[in-house]
Every structure is written in structure tokens, then in C-alpha cells.
Ligand binder design. Structure first.
Ligand SMILES: O=C(O)CCC(=O)C(=O)O
Ligand SMILES: [Fe+2]
Length: 325
């Protein structure tokens, strides 16, 4: 795919200057981000600083992971984790209520905390150890290196978003301190020729956290809701870029000014599809309330305050039906 295939409403923003010393240049990018967030809440970024070789490694390891026998993957079954880590089998999640379960399998990685960490002992929501595969050399190291780089990128983007909202650049730093985050390699088999009605790789949904930084392979299938045309637009893969989208927490902070837009995956390519979303969820006890800079005169907050943990546990309950994690 070339840049020409990207719908105009999904801009490609070069974010390289966000890593530099020039505040004016950072502010100029923040302005582009503001436009994108007020529009569809979905955009592509280039100049993100994550090495292509590392991205190739992440995909390589991800393909190796999902190519294992089901029995081996089930040794890491997410159902055995009390902090939402490990392997989720095909059709485990239903992102779109009322539709068949998603035609995908996934693997959840979060901040790896040992059993004797005080937060784990205290039973803090979503805190605990990962379930790493035993027989995939390099898997853990690659994923951890990628998480470190994605976290740095996410932090940089959150600072730019603060600027875009006329807030001090480090306004969201306390939200990021001790943040929950998730790297979630996904595998979508080709959709069968006779799918059940409504069956998709990933049902229509909005993302739960603050920002999502999505790595997708060359296959395509991601679609974004376009309220203007009242239909779905393709967000095709573009080499060297990530798709970034706004999640529910930023929508709540901004009273809906920045959009957490519905999206889905439909893999009708006839091929296997792999993607690796990175979700920047936030510090569990952080209270997300409407930002004063986003409340116009006479306006009321559209959503009540909520902690990150309360919001995320409700999202898990809704889409996994277990209420456990
Ligand atoms: O696989 C993709 O391209 C998107 C996945 C997604 O939307 C999600 O996991 O929230
Ligand atoms: Fe999503």
C-alpha cells in the first residue's frame, strides 16, 4: 500500500520533532494532533523512532508464538492468571455485544511484577506476573525491548497531547507514572467463506485506555467508523508507520472533544493477519475527570469521574463476561 491509499481523514503525522529541543516545533505537531483527534481520533505517525529491525523481530516472534500447538499455548491460558496475562484462545472475546465472538487469538503482556511485589500482595487490579512461553528463545527479550520503546513513544505522544489541549506539557505524567500497559500480539485467521452472520476478526469497539499504538502487518483489514459518510473506511497498512488512536479515557478527559472512534477488523484477505497493539492504559488509581480546558461555558461533563482501574475492569467484564481481571 502506498500513502495514496490512506483516506484523507486519517492524516499521516511526522512526530520526529517531538523528540527534539524545539518547543515551537513540538507545538506545531501538537496542533496537527489536535486536528486529528478532533476529527476521527485516528491518525498515522512516522518519525516515531522505533527501529524497523525491532518491529520485524516482534512480528517474527509473534508468528512463532501463534504457530505453536494449541496445547502449548494453553499452558499459558489467560484464564489461569488473576491479572489478565497470557494466551487468549480463538473466539475468547466478544468486542461487539450481540455478535459472534471475535475470530482472533491473542497474547497479553503487561508490566511484569513478581509475586512478592507489595502491589501484587495487596491484590491490586491487573498487577502481577506475565506468563512467558518457556521454549521460544528471545521472545521475552524482544517483547520487553519493544514495550520499553513503545512506552517512551506513548509518553512523548501524551506530552504532545497535553500541549494540544493548552495544558503544561507534563500534565499527564502523573497518569503515566506506574501506568498499566498492555502489549497484545494478535493473530487473525482468514475469515471463512461462510462466516456466521456478524462474524469478524474483531467486533466493532472503542479502545479502553488513553492511546493505542498499533503495529499491523501488510495484510490489511482494519476499518474505522466514519460518522460523516455513515460507513467504514479502511486504515490500510503503511510501511514505516503506526496507526495511533484515542481511547475512551481521553474522550472522557476532553468531554468528547477528542474522539474514541469505533473500529473493527475484517480479514477477508484469504491470508493470516498479525497485528500488535500497544495500549497505554494508565495508573490504576488515577481519577479521570473532565479537563477544565475542555468544558465550554454552560457545558456539563458528559461522563462522571472514574478511576482507570474501575473503567478497565468494567471494559473487561463487558467483553469477556467474567468480571475477573
Ligand atoms: O488488529 C488490529 O488491527 C486492531 C486491533 C484492535 O482494535 C484492538 O485490539 O483493540
Ligand atoms: Fe481496538
Amino acid at each position: 500500500m502506498t500513502a495514496q491509499n490512506i483516506p484523507e481523514s486519517l492524516p499521516v503525522i511526522d512526530v520526529s520533532a517531538l523528540f527534539g529541543d524545539d518547543l515551537d516545533a513540538r507545538q506545531a505537531i501538537a496542533t496537527q494532533l489536535r486536528d486529528a483527534c478532533e476529527n476521527r481520533g485516528f491518525f498515522y505517525i512516522r518519525g516515531h523512532g522505533i527501529e524497523p529491525a525491532l518491529i520485524d523481530e516482534v512480528f517474527g516472534q509473534s508468528v512463532r508464538f501463534f504457530s505453536q500447538q494449541t496445547d502449548d499455548k494453553m499452558l499459558l491460558d489467560k484464564a489461569k492468571s488473576n491479572c489478565h496475562r497470557g494466551y487468549e484462545p480463538m473466539r475468547n472475546q466478544t468486542l461487539q455485544a450481540g455478535s459472534p465472538p471475535d475470530l482472533k487469538e491473542g497474547y497479553y503482556i503487561g508490566v511484569d511484577l513478581p509475586a512478592d511485589d507489595p502491589r501484587v500482595i495487596a491484590g491490586k487490579f491487573n498487577h502481577g506476573p506475565n506468563q512467558w512461553p518457556a521454549d521460544l528463545p528471545g521472545f521475552q527479550e524482544t517483547m520487553n525491548r519493544y514495550i520499553a520503546q513503545a512506552t517512551r513513544l506513548g509518553t512523548t505522544l501524551m506530552r504532545a497531547l497535553a500541549l494540544s489541549l493548552d495544558l503544561p506539557e507534563r500534565h499527564f505524567d502523573s497518569f503515566l507514572e506506574g501506568a498499566m500497559l498492555t502489549l497484545r500480539p494478535l493473530h487473525y485467521p482468514p475469515q471463512p467463506p461462510n462466516p456466521q452472520p456478524g462474524e469478524k476478526g474483531c467486533g466493532e469497539h472503542t479502545d479502553f485506555g488513553s492511546l493505542t499504538i498499533l503495529l499491523q502487518d501488510h495484510v490489511g483489514g482494519l476499518q474505522v467508523w466514519d460518522a460523516e459518510s455513515n460507513g467504514w473506511i479502511d486504515a490500510p497498512p503503511v510501511p514505516g508507520t503506526f496507526v495511533v488512536n484515542i481511547g475512551d479515557l481521553i474522550q472522557r478527559w476532553t468531554n468528547g472533544r477528542y474522539h474514541s472512534t469505533m473500529h473493527r477488523v475484517v480479514n477477508i484477505s484469504g491470508r493470516e493477519r498479525y497485528s500488535v497493539p500497544f495500549f497505554l492504559t494508565g495508573a490504576p488509581d488515577y481519577e479521570v475527570s473532565c479537563l477544565p480546558t475542555c468544558l465550554g461555558e454552560g457545558e456539563a461533563p458528559r461522563w462522571p469521574s472514574i478511576t482507570v482501574a474501575e473503567h478497565l475492569s468494567e471494559c473487561y467484564r463487558r467483553t469477556y463476561g467474567d468480571g475477573k481481571a
